[in-house]
Design a protein around this ligand. Structure first.
Ligand code: NAD
Ligand code: UGA
Length: 325
């Protein structure tokens, strides 16, 4: 079977470099790419932001024919041999976590989200200029947006140091497209959830607490709203971006269409799990925006992408995963 690949060539499979492929979104993408027969090279440093054993376990879970794993830091590894013959790079490596990005931790954010992104783009220009580059941006670039649903032309004004570094990485992708003709697209993911979600994120913490009968900690009133997006939907969009035969928009929102408050999420978790939740309220955390809500019209028009998984269904799947651990 043939299908159009990145760069518009007709071939049976494509060779994709997935940076951060041991992480939550990365490992889910790797499984999907291997599942359709693509060749995948993961480059991941297995950073200690959360337990690297979880990243090794994710790689073990998705391992299969066609997968090569390069355990290396993008800030230092020789990228030329890694990029050799690559059709595309999906750049998911990064230092995530909005609330941790203040103070002395900031250097980890600039290093992973800005310096590493620039280094990969430079290597593409020098060694494989035809390689498509898809960048994992974030709804956090918007900060407290002026209108909802927020579209890509709104002025980004991040509210956290993390958001500043993700926006810098996004600007770098645009810059290398304009100055060197690299085929780039930046996808602004809105709070992603589902099986293998990071242990610092809300749903993994809430569902783990529901399973263990331990307290759920809510920051602030719980009235803050997120446009939660199921990880399988994000992966579908990334694959559509890899397969697209025409030029992609520089920036696209990927939002799940489920703008709900944290308190409403807790009601759904109680219904899905059937557990009594012990909810404790803490102070709000600096850097947390009050609301996110994305307009994904551009991704729909460019990629034919629609989020398919409802919040309830996605939570059910994440609950099954949490119980299987
Ligand atoms: P994750 O932490 O699970 O995955 C990121 C991976 O990158 C990790 O495995 C880490 O070891 C690796 N990494 C970090 N620095 C590296 C370096 N210098 N060299 C090589 N590998 C390195 O995070 P995730 O939730 O899967 O997020 C993936 C990407 O998507 C990140 O760039 C994040 O900023 C972005 N994003 C995530 C969300 C979300 O809700 N999860 C939303 C918006 C954007
Ligand atoms: C998430 C990711 O962590 C970021 O990497 C990503 O860039 C961002 O989405 C994005 O969309 O740009 P966040 O929205 O904070 O950030 O995701 P969660 O950690 O799942 O938190 C969701 C909400 O739950 C937040 O309002 C947070 O304050 C709240 N929360 C989280 C709690 O009340 N308690 C917790 O224990 C954890």
């Amino acid at each position: 079977m043939t299908r159009p690949s990145a760069c518009g060539r007709e071939e049976a499979t494509i060779r994709v470099i997935v940076t951060g492929g041991a992480g939550f979104i990365g490992s889910t993408l790797v499984a999907a790419l291997l599942g359709r027969g693509d060749e995948v090279v993961v480059v991941d440093a297995l950073t200690p932001y959360y337990d690297p054993a979880l990243k090794r376990a994710a790689l073990d879970a998705v391992a299969g024919p066609g997968l090569t794993v390069v355990e290396a830091d993008l800030n230092t590894v020789d990228l030329a041999p890694v990029l050799d013959g690559a059709d595309a790079v999906v750049h998911l490596a990064g230092q995530p976590g909005v609330r941790k990005s203040w103070g002395d931790d900031f250097v980890a954010y600039t290093r992973a989200n800005v310096d590493a992104t620039q280094r990969v783009l430079e290597s593409i220009v020098r060694t494989s200029p035809g390689t498509r580059f898809l960048y994992a941006s974030s709804s956090s670039v918007y900060g407290q947006a002026e209108t909802y649903p927020t579209h890509e032309e709104m002025l980004p004004r991040p509210l956290s140091p993390y958001g500043v570094t993700k926006l810098a990485g996004e600007h770098l992708t645009g810059l290398y497209a304009e100055s060197f003709g690299v085929q780039t697209a930046a996808f602004r993911f809105f709070t992603v959830y589902g099986p293998r979600q990071r242990p610092d994120m809300a749903f993994t913490r809430f569902l783990g607490a529901a399973r263990d009968g331990s307290p759920i900690t809510v920051y602030g009133t719980g009235e803050q709203i997120r446009d939660f997006t199921f990880v399988g939907d994000i992966v579908d969009a990334l694959i559509a971006g890899l397969d697209a035969t025409s030029a992609l928009p520089r920036v696209m929102n990927l939002s799940g269409g489920s703008s709900v408050s944290v308190n409403e999420v807790l009601d759904t978790i109680a219904a899905v799990t059937g557990e009594r939740l012990d909810v404790q309220r803490l102070d709000p955390v600096r850097g947390d925006v009050f609301r996110t809500g994305g307009d994904s019209t551009r991704a729909r028009e460019a990629l034919g992408w629609e989020p398919k998984v409802t919040l309830e269904e996605g939570l059910r799947r994440q609950w099954e995963w949490i119980r299987s651990l």
